[in-house]
Design a protein around this ligand. Structure first.
Ligand SMILES: Cc1ncc(COP(=O)(O)O)c(C=O)c1O
Length: 344
């Protein structure tokens, strides 16, 4: 049996395939800071058109892409409304506040990942000199593996329009959301003024995101990207991986969702764990506190890499096939049967 590591921590751990590496090696390149890299241009045009936008900007990371978007939408002293669980609030090292002088207004997410519209409405500040000026609503799709209902997104967009606010989507995994919803990504992105899409998650590229928006928005974003150190030179080597990912790794995303479901159902069947059934490739398992440390050791011994804690996030991706899912299930079964036998 294949005993290569099974890494369930994130879909960011995927390794570029030999074919993707070959596409990178063959890329036609130029200096992208002089707008002279044809492969970067091709990726920006292709992905922004797919998402329904006029223009795109290649970014080294999703974090820089979100920050660039926030800085393009909001000036110093202005504010964005964002979910407490959103990556662009909770996992980007406070960049908006530190580097952008932008005030985050975090709001608790509902269990389905939405931010209730009434809470968003209540958080919009009146035009008063004592308050930061609310400028933007930022959503994330998928969020914690969950897909935002499109009717909800439309309601938020209506609220934003009523108050003259812009809308940004952290669409790091918008292709997963589109696969689940069986809709083109352009439909999911339509209510937004800007969308950041990652190539380095489930799509399997080693780096890269594309920020999409209008021509005017992207022109302004270029200056912030330069300031943030994101002006790359022969970046076509990286963009080629993104183009390869669009050609080869989008259509297969439902396989990751099926594998997540298979894994979740198998874990739920053990009876000892509370499992949230996945919509896409990310789901959560509640581990009894006493099991956390021994389970960590057991999985390590089985060459299974996971961030085990009381609420463990498990992620399927390009480098996890059905056989690997079965190996993980066997490891969990062995652990819980042994624990059960010991308790008798
Ligand atoms: C939802 C979401 N947005 C943004 C990012 C940031 O992407 P990067 O790691 O490329 O900075 C991540 C990273 O995992 C993410 O999960």
């Amino acid at each position: 049996m294949d005993d290569a590591p099974v890494d369930l921590r994130s879909d960011t751990v995927t390794l570029p395939s030999p074919q993707m590496r070959a596409a990178m090696a063959a890329a036609e390149v130029g200096d992208d800071a002089y707008r002279g890299d044809p492969t970067v241009r091709k990726l920006e045009q292709r992905l922004s058109a797919l998402a329904g936008f006029e223009a795109g900007l290649f970014m080294p990371s999703g974090t820089q892409s979100n920050l660039t978007a926030l800085m393009t939408h909001c000036a110093r002293g202005e504010e964005y409304l964002v979910g407490q669980d959103a990556h662009a609030y909770s996992h980007e090292a406070g960049g908006a506040a530190v580097l952008g002088s932008i005030q985050p207004q975090p709001i608790e997410n509902a269990p389905d990942g939405t931010i209730p519209v009434a809470k968003l409405r209540a958080a919009i500040k009146p035009d008063d000199e004592h308050f930061a000026m609310t400028r933007l609503i930022a959503l994330e799709n998928t969020i914690g593996g969950k897909v935002l209902p499109q009717g909800y997104v439309d309601d938020v967009a209506k609220l934003a329009r009523e108050h003259g606010l812009s809308m940004h989507l952290d669409g790091a995994r918008v292709f997963n959301a589109a696969a689940f919803a069986a809709r083109p990504i352009a439909e999911l992105c339509a209510p937004f003024d800007s969308v950041s899409i990652c190539l380095s998650k489930g799509l399997g590229a080693p780096v890269g995101s594309v920020l999409c928006g209008s021509v005017a928005f992207i022109e302004r974003a270029r200056r912030w990207r330069t300031m943030l150190g994101g002006g790359l030179r022969q970046a076509g080597v990286l963009a080629a991986a993104g183009l390869y990912a669009l050609d080869h790794n989008v259509a297969r995303l439902p396989l990751d969702h099926d594998n997540a479901k298979r894994l979740a159902q198998g874990l739920a069947a053990l009876g000892a764990l509370k499992v949230t059934m996945p919509q896409t490739n990310i789901f959560f398992v509640e581990i009894p506190p006493a099991d956390v440390e021994p389970l960590k050791r057991h999985l390590r011994a089985c060459n299974i890499v996971a961030t085990v804690s009381a609420v463990t996030r498990l992620v399927t991706h390009l480098d996890i096939d059905e056989a690997k899912v079965d190996r993980v299930l066997m490891a969990f079964e062995a652990f819980y049967h042994k624990a059960y036998a010991k308790a008798q």
